[in-house]
Each structure stands twice: as C-alpha cells, then as structure tokens.
Design a binder for this molecule. Sequence first.
Ligand code: G6P
Length: 474
Amino acid sequence: GSLLSDKEPNNRLIVVSNRVPSPKGAGGNQGGLAVGVMNALQKADGLWLGWNGEIDGDNNAQLSHYDFDGVRFATFPITEHDHKTYYTGFSNEILWPLFHYRPDKVEYSRESLDGYLRVNQRFARHIKPLVEPDTRVWVHDYHLIPLGYYLRQTSVDAPLGYFLHIPFPPWDVVRILPEYEDLLRYLTSYDLIGLQTEIDLKNLRDCMVMALDARDLGDNVLEVEGRRFKIAAYPISIDVNDAQDLAKKGEQSATGQRLKRSIGDRPLVIGVDRLDYSKGVYKRFQAFERLLENAEHQRGNVVFIQISPPSRTDVHEYAQLRSTLERVAGHVNGRFADYDWTPLRYLNRGYGREAVFGFLRQSRVALLTPLRDGMNLVAKEYVAAQDPEDPGVLIISHLAGASWELKDGALVCNPYDIDGVSDMLEQALAMPLEERKLRWRRMMDVLETNDIHNWSQNFLAELMEMKLANSASQ
Ligand code: G6P
C-alpha cells in the first residue's frame, strides 16, 4: 500500500459494498462502483467486504478471505430468498427505480423490505469482529443504507462513512417509499454521507429537514435527535493514467486491430452501458435512426457500436428492456443496412477493460444519454482514453452527474429530445480537429485535478475530521 497508508499507518480501512469486483472476470458489467472503489483501494491498505455474487442455502456461511489485483477481500454468499428479497426486490425493484426518479417502475413489497433489513444485519454481524477502535468503515451504495445503524447498535464506535453512487431524488419522490423516514434515520448513524453532485446533496438536505426536522449547523453539518453528521458532494472519478495506458494497449491489441479492420475509415460512434432502463438506450437508438433519416451522407458511412452487457436479469423490467432493444436494433438495421454496411452493432455482452478502452480510443464520438445517472464513469473513461493528437467528441446527457464537471468540453444533450440528440450527433461527426482538441483539453484538465485518488483521500480525510469533532462534542 502507499498513499493512504503512508499518511495514516495505523488507521485500518474496511470498505463494504454489495458487489465486489469478480476475480472470475465478469467481463465488464460491474458498473461504476466496482471500478471506482477498486482503483481507490489499490492505493490504500484496506479490506473490501461484500457479497461474493453466489447463492448458497447456508445462512451462516463464514467469510472467505483472498487477495485479488492488489486488494484484500472478504466475501460471503447469500441465500436464494435473500437474493430475491434484498437484492432483486428491495434494492433493484424499489430503491433503484425510485432513486432514478422512476416511481412508475417501483414494485413494493413488505417481504422485500424484510429481506433488505435482514441482509443488512447479516453484513453488520460479519463486520463487527473485524473492527478495532481505529478502523474506518466506509459503506457504499443503496443496498446498504441501514448498515451503519446496525453497526452502531452492536456498539461499533468507529468512524463510519457512507457514499451513495446513484442519484438522490427530491423529497416528494423519496416519500413514495413507505419507510422513507426510517431510511433517512438510518443514514444519520454515519459520520459522513457522500453524494455525487450538488443536486443530490440539496435533495438529501431537504429530506433531512422536511422528514426529520434536522437542524443545519452550517458547513454541511446537520443534527438529528442529538446526532451530528456531515453531508457533502464528492464526484467520483477514474484513474487517469491507468485509463490512458489501458486505452493505448487496447488499441494495439488483437481485438483493437480487428475492430479497426472491420470499420476501415468510417467514423465510429460508441455507447457502453449495463443493459438498464436508466441509461436511455432506447431513445439513443431512435436518435441514431433519426440521424440516418436526416443525414443522407452518413448512410453507408457512420457505424454505431452499442455495448450492453445484460444486468439484473431477474428483474422483469430488465428482461422487457432487453427484448425492446433487440426489436429496435433489428428495425434500424433492417431499414438502413446495405450489403456492405451495418449501421448499428448492438452487442449484448461485456468485454474486458482493455478491449473496451481500446474501443473507446478508436471512437470519434461517445454517445452517452442516460435518463438519470449518478455519475457515468464511462464518460470520464472515454475522455481519458482519447489520443491527444486526434481526440473524439463526448456527447453526455445533462441528467448524468458527469455533465456538471465535463460541460465546458462536452456536447451536453437532453436525452428526451431525440431530434436534438440527432442534431448533436451530426455536429459531433463534423467537428474540426482544432475544436475537438480544445474541448478535450478542457475535460482532461478537470479529470487531472480530481482523479480517483483525490476522491477517496478527500472523503476519508473529512470522515476523520467529522469523527473527531463528534467525539470531542460528546
Ligand atoms: C451501479 C450501482 C452499483 C452496482 C452496479 C452493477 O453502478 O451503483 O452498486 O454494483 O450498478 O449492478 P449490479 O446489480 O450487477 O451490482
């Protein structure tokens, strides 16, 4: 370990999340959390605890410990019933759609809630024996909101931090959830709560005030029922150097060269997203179709490659989206393809990180149009993957967290405006080299000043500060 452990040699760190990166190489459908936290942890001297991705009937299965890619892991399986209620049910049929402003997709049930609380208690039981007084515990994402509360109940007095990787919606959306007050109260057990953007921060603050009568003590510190905690925005980022290396290697690799040969001189547009309705791929396909309708010179020319590895296949909405996208992709190709040209390459599978970075580097445009996204790390990865002498153009939805930091260099679109996205795609494909370089440099400056290492360092430093202040005031 370096960075963090050099500074705080005796200060242990336990990171907790539902999903941990798979040593079996899940082929790139793991989402931003696994990528961001992995990069942060490789430089710290920490332990990462979470679900091992497997189902096992034994409710008392112990932790398995192993090292992978420079990080220590402790993982455990969950039962089929827990998977159905905690993971598929409460996390992904209730919290995920609600937090992405889609109450129409919420499938609420009390059984799911019970599973959610039960598995959070199980996480607490696994963590408790690992915590020493100086151990910092950093909990990640919506699966584990009550964990801090259960840890405090078992008299864990360590610094507890929480980071939400997805959006936090406005109060009037949050209160659709029957237990919204409990959920907010669980959050008050943490010393520091991190969010992706200022909007998410504002929404959480409103909720704390409206639902729990929180007192604002200034400097982002709130007080609820005698407990003080801080809430702040820490936009997650990437390891820029790592991304650049991967992209160069990926372009040179056999996979990268095969892509190049198959495209020739044609301009390539790329999208990379888990197959999820929040990513806006349906409307994205429609915008691409509109481009082919309007810009005749792009027929036989532009190629759009959309990489969408399946995700959360047990959730009904995801299965439905999958067949919708298959239909639309088939429709676009059926309508416009020619004997020597397929406009839309829709790939329902994941690729290794090196291959994906190589694809990103070869793409003239990245078209990332989520209807709502906590951050969207692919946008940042695309920027870092570019060749500085011939960089591509990023089109990013204004409803993705990443648009706030990248707006001075990216083309920022409204993903609901299909004509608008189609026009922007035309603009991107026609953009002169000088303008591309200028825009790319602006985005790179942002990434270079706030990379993944600043992100974790800032969060952990403020966590310690807040914990010290809390201990002093007791
Ligand atoms: C998003 C979430 C993560 C999650 C990832 C993949 O990035 O914020 O918590 O791990 O999606 O989803 P999955 O359900 O496969 O873990």
